[in-house]
Design a protein around this ligand. Structure first.
Ligand SMILES: *[C@@H]1O[C@H](CO)[C@@H](O)[C@H](O)[C@H]1NC(C)=O
Ligand SMILES: *[C@@H]1O[C@H](CO)[C@@H](O)[C@H](O)[C@H]1NC(C)=O
Ligand SMILES: *[C@@H]1O[C@H](CO)[C@@H](O)[C@H](O)[C@H]1NC(C)=O
Ligand SMILES: *[C@@H]1O[C@H](CO)[C@@H](O)[C@H](O)[C@H]1NC(C)=O
Ligand SMILES: CC(=O)N[C@H]1CO[C@H](CO)[C@@H](O)[C@@H]1O
Length: 425
């Protein structure tokens, strides 16, 4: 079997307006520094919460973790930027991730509504990676197993939420400006696999102060009067403040940050309503955990084993990382508020304006047929896809099933056996 993967890159080409930077006030007014050819900007938000009872949740691959209600509703947030000749749509939705199936269904609806305006190569879709949404919107076998199949009501809610958010953004397109800013956010993420990080070459590690990315980046969207329209923000943190015992649908810490930011901007509106749209999108969050009190053996209070994240009694299931709060709800709020507060500070001080064309690219890559440089003299070829042993180990944010543990490269139970186990159960 050949796996073909999609790479989709959007670049907002950035040209700094350095000599004018100083003159730009906090909320730019029309008389100051009017852009020669402003962007057309549209923002939109729509609910994408599907069924919230009985269905398997997406993220921890824990088949016992079925939904039993709502902690927060889920939203799709859309940002459209048009430079006069090219248009790009960016979606960040409060879901685990965007599957190829989901993407195709959204694109099909967009084609029916808008013809060739919103296409494969100019609509970028991203999931926040919340682990507290409902599953069932994948076509891949592995996800079919953990989600117990393809769940139509689940995918339908997400597709219509995404399309509706684009409809809203499309309808309110108007001339506007984009500013960018960045800063550092402390106490809000932690490397959940520091021993893996240590496998990076020393000269690379020496380039960084921390073993995880603390930088938060924001984009500020305003109209030509300087009135805020929206915010997009990127901070590397896994939305796993809600842990694998949670049974409530939740947008987790990134969704909480959106909620907090939007509530401050949309005064008098209920959550999820009002014109201002604040998207806190997923980013380089791979090994970045919000559970900043770190992993401990819950039964004995000892530190977990550094290499394999397991405990003398209870093994890896006893090694759990907890967030800053007393429970997962408080942890979700604290991490979300920290991001929202920092983003607000960067939003109000953003002076660096973006100019130039927007660009989006879409590429199909045959992952069984790629050439990879190994060093200056040798290259290698990719082979058929396979799952590594540690894939099933889970993390200290939620241990996996079976006897796979972190850091282990072999063991008595092969993946073949576990597939048989799934078949039997
Ligand atoms: C984890 O590693 C420690 C040594 O660092 C070892 O004593 C322990 O048996 C390992 N745990 C498992 C479950 O393999
Ligand atoms: C999940 O969080 C709750 C508190 O909200 C805690 O009681 C429980 O031990 C945590 N479980 C795991 C597996 O992290
Ligand atoms: C991908 O590459 C492999 C190896 O060259 C080839 O067998 C396969 O047909 C290719 N798949 C597609 C979809 O092009
Ligand atoms: C490059 O990689 C090949 C294959 O791993 C190895 O045999 C060779 O020694 C390497 N050369 C250098 C200069 O590191
Ligand atoms: C960097 C930052 O804002 N950290 C804060 C996160 O939230 C906790 C609890 O409110 C504060 O104590 C931290 O200072």
């Amino acid at each position: 079997m050949t796996i073909v993967s999609v790479g989709l890159i959007t670049v907002l080409i950035l040209k700094l307006d350095s000599e004018k930077q100083e003159a730009t006030p906090e909320e730019p007014s029309p008389s100051v520094n009017p852009p020669e050819s402003p962007y057309l900007i549209g923002v939109g938000r729509a609910d994408c919460t599907g069924p919230v009872a009985d269905l398997p949740m997406m993220g921890y691959a824990n088949t016992d973790q079925t939904a039993r209600g709502i902690h927060t509703r889920l939203f799709s947030r859309a940002f459209i930027v048009d430079d006069g000749s090219k248009r790009v749509v960016f979606i960040t939705a409060d879901i685990g991730m965007v599957s190829q199936r989901l993407r195709l269904e959204v694109l099909q609806e967009l084609k029916a509504k808008y013809g060739d305006l919103y296409r494969q190569d100019n609509v970028v879709m991203s999931g926040t990676h919340t682990h507290a949404g409902v599953g069932g919107y994948f076509q891949y076998t592995l996800f079919m197993i953990t989600s117990k199949g393809y769940i139509k009501p689940s995918i339908q809610a997400i597709v219509s939420g995404i399309v509706k958010s684009i409809d809203i953004a499309h309808r309110n397109l108007r001339p506007g400006r984009i500013f960018i800013n960045k800063g550092q956010l402390a106490d809000s993420n932690l490397n959940r696999s520091p021993h893996s990080y240590m496998n990076n070459p020393e000269e690379e590690r020496n380039r960084y102060e921390f073993n995880t990315d603390k930088q938060i980046v924001i984009m500020k969207f305003t109209d030509l009067d300087g009135d805020g329209m929206g915010l997009l923000s990127w901070f590397a943190v896994h939305p796993v403040s809600m842990n694998n015992t949670n049974r409530m649908v939740s947008s987790d810490n990134l969704g909480y940050a959106s909620y907090a930011f939007e509530q401050e901007k949309n005064i008098g509106f209920l959550p999820g309503e009002g014109p201002f749209v604040a998207g806190f999108s997923s980013s380089n969050l791979g090994d970045s955990s919000p559970n900043i009190r770190g992993p401990v053996c819950v039964n004995t209070g000892e530190k977990c084993d550094y290499l394999n994240s397991s405990c003398p009694i209870g093994g890896k299931k006893a090694c759990i990382a907890f967030g800053p709060g007393e429970d997962m709800f408080e942890s979700t709020r604290i991490i979300g508020e920290n991001m929202s507060k920092k983003a607000k500070e960067l939003y109000s001080s953003a002076k660096q304006e973006l100019h130039g064309p927007v660009y989006a690219a879409h590429q199909w890559v045959n992952m069984t047929d790629e050439t990879v440089p190994l060093n200056s003299t040798h290259t290698g070829r990719t082979c058929k896809p396979a799952l590594g042993h540690s894939f099933a180990a889970g993390t200290t944010d939620g241990g996996g099933e079976f006897n796979f543990i972190q850091g282990k490269e072999s063991g008595f139970m092969s993946l073949g056996n576990s597939v048989n186990w799934y078949r039997k159960n």
